[in-house]
Design a protein around this ligand. Structure first.
Ligand code: XUL
Length: 514
């Protein structure tokens, strides 16, 4: 096939939906030819999920259905085939998925466990303590793997499974991340992991980009043989399986290793470097930046993951993202226009009124039991509460990302809520940084299509350097700039300190039962 006019397909299997984007590359220029999103709750109601998660009596347990993810992938491949795009020119496919979630398979490839724990699960505190104790404490674990033990990370999840369902663990031959599970479906074989997603397990040694034997041993017996291989992110791991080719009339497109949604977003939001960071406002809110050398968070909130470029990325993750904003929006029967209007009606700093937006147990900071606190804020004040939740989220983000040592001048905003310019003004003001939007809203999914292009080219006679890959579709839109207001930024400098103190005292009171 000539190097002209090719298509690259990217998938993003997120908490609440599966998205796909087809990127057309013609003479080195890229544009989006087609995109589609399937919302799990609406498209596959037979699985009974709410916001992509199965019901549970225990608020810490957040599991989903691997069978639903496969059904969505299958459905989406059918839509790709009938998209009107000339799919015979589909050269490569890649994807990303919610990080940390794990799928347990028997030797014959069927499910050894009907459900998959997701990144929202926080039910593995005992496993975290046990693993940390054996491996010499939080700092030792963080130095090796990039993070102390976190409840949603796959190692603690595996340990809990082994402890609570030893019979099913014994029947498990392979444990996949959501990303490698779906990649396996595409190639019809057992797919390896990339370092970007494997670093969210508390099992990979950042320095060697391979499994850390001590951690593997401390997690569960016989785990080494149950883990996939780890390969560099740009690896072609196979081709689209013959069964998909014949069923949908698709070509034997190459499949590039899948990764986690955050490392994929880093590509789809322009692979930021010095003084720039990516803020993703989705089900989880995250802030991340590229790192040449791993710099671990000594405070124990952030993570270092592998980046798709072979470098590293620093990231801090908040569980109370879009669902918390929706809780406030719905409590006052607002739509998003009304939510924005509330932000316009209220002053930066909210006259000192604060909210701790822990509608669900929070990851950053570590808040195991949900509980919203309002300081000087009446529950029957809709605009005040809208501003309070947004300011709280962004002040927490600014405070808890300082460990990365980035002097943030520019923020690249992506994810659903990045379309809301009133929210972006608060973001700009809190950080004192310019904020930009992107031509494609779903950076994770776009990043997957761009990684497919990069991986496909990397193995050819015409490798394409990263700056060319991200140039057309993953560059900030100049006219979208949101500029910080100096007075507002100085208001937030004070308020951020107050917010931080409030976080600390509330956590202390909760810990001591006060
Ligand atoms: C990352 C994390 C979330 C999920 C969301 O550590 O837990 O951002 O990847 O899909």
């Amino acid at each position: 096939m000539s190097r002209e006019h090719r298509f690259y397909l990217g998938f993003d299997s997120s908490t609440q939906s599966l998205s796909a984007i087809l990127v057309r590359v013609d003479d080195g220029r890229a544009d989006v030819a087609w995109q589609h999103t399937l919302v799990f709750d609406e498209a596959f109601p037979e699985f009974g999920t709410t916001h992509g998660v199965l019901p549970s009596d225990d608020p810490r347990v957040k599991v989903s259905s691997p069978a639903m993810w496969v059904k969505a992938l299958e459905h989406m491949l059918g839509l790709v085939a009938t998209s009107g795009v000339d799919v015979s020119r589909l050269c490569a496919i890649s994807g990303c998925a919610q990080q940390h979630g794990s799928v347990y398979l028997k030797g014959d490839g069927t499910l050894a466990r009907a459900v998959a724990p997701t990144w929202m699960d926080s039910s593995t505190r005992d496993a975290c303590v046990e693993i940390t104790t054996v491996l010499g404490g939080d700092q030792a674990l963080a130095q090796r793997t990039g993070s102390r033990a976190f409840e949603r990370f796959t190692g603690p999840q595996i340990r809990k499974f082994y402890r609570t369902e030893p019979g099913a663990y014994a029947q498990t031959a392979r444990i996949h991340l959501v990303s490698s599970f779906l990649a396996s479906q595409l190639i019809g074989a057992d797919a390896p992991l990339d370092p970007g997603d494997a670093s969210g397990m508390n099992l990979m040694d950042l320095a060697t980009q391979d499994w850390w034997p001590d951690a593997v041993e401390a997690t569960a017996p016989g785990l080494a043989s149950r883990l996939p291989r780890i390969v560099p992110s740009a690896t072609v791991i196979g081709v689209l399986a013959p069964a998909w080719q014949s069923r949908f009339g698709l070509p034997p497109a190459r499949v590039v290793a899948w990764t986690g949604d955050n490392s994929s977003s880093l590509v789809g939001a322009g692979l930021v470097e010095d003084n720039r960071m990516v803020v993703s406002l989705g089900t989880s809110d995250t802030i991340c930046g590229l790192m040449k050398h791993p710099r671990v968070d000594r405070g124990g909130t952030g993570h270092v993951f592998g980046a798709p470029t072979g470098d590293f990325m620093g990231i801090t993750v908040f569980k109370n993202g879009s669902l918390a904003r929706e809780r406030v929006r719905d409590a006052y029967a607002l739509n998003w226009a009304g939510f924005s209007e509330a932000l316009r009606l209220t002053p930066p700093g909210n006259r000192g009124r604060l909210m701790l937006p822990w509608f669900d147990p929070e990851i950053t900071p570590d808040v195991p039991v949900a509980g919203v606190r309002r300081i000087g804020l009446e529950p029957d004040d809709p605009p005040g509460n809208v501003r309070a939740v947004v300011e709280a989220q962004f002040m927490a983000m600014a405070n808890h990302s300082r460990w990365m040592g980035t002097q943030v001048k520019v923020l690249h905003a992506t994810g659903g809520a990045a379309a809301n310019r009133e929210m972006l003004q608060v973001l700009a003001d809190v950080f004192g940084a310019r904020v930009y939007q992107f031509p494609v809203g779903n950076a994770a999914c776009l990043g997957a299509a761009l990684r497919a292009w990069h991986g496909d080219a990397a193995g050819s006679e015409h490798p394409v350097p990263w700056p060319d890959i991200v140039r057309d579709l993953a560059a900030p839109v100049a006219s979208s700039r949101v500029t910080p207001d100096r007075a507002a930024t100085s208001t937030y400098a004070d308020l951020r300190r107050q917010y931080s103190a409030l976080e600390r005292t509330t956590m202390l009171q909760t810990a001591t039962g006060g």
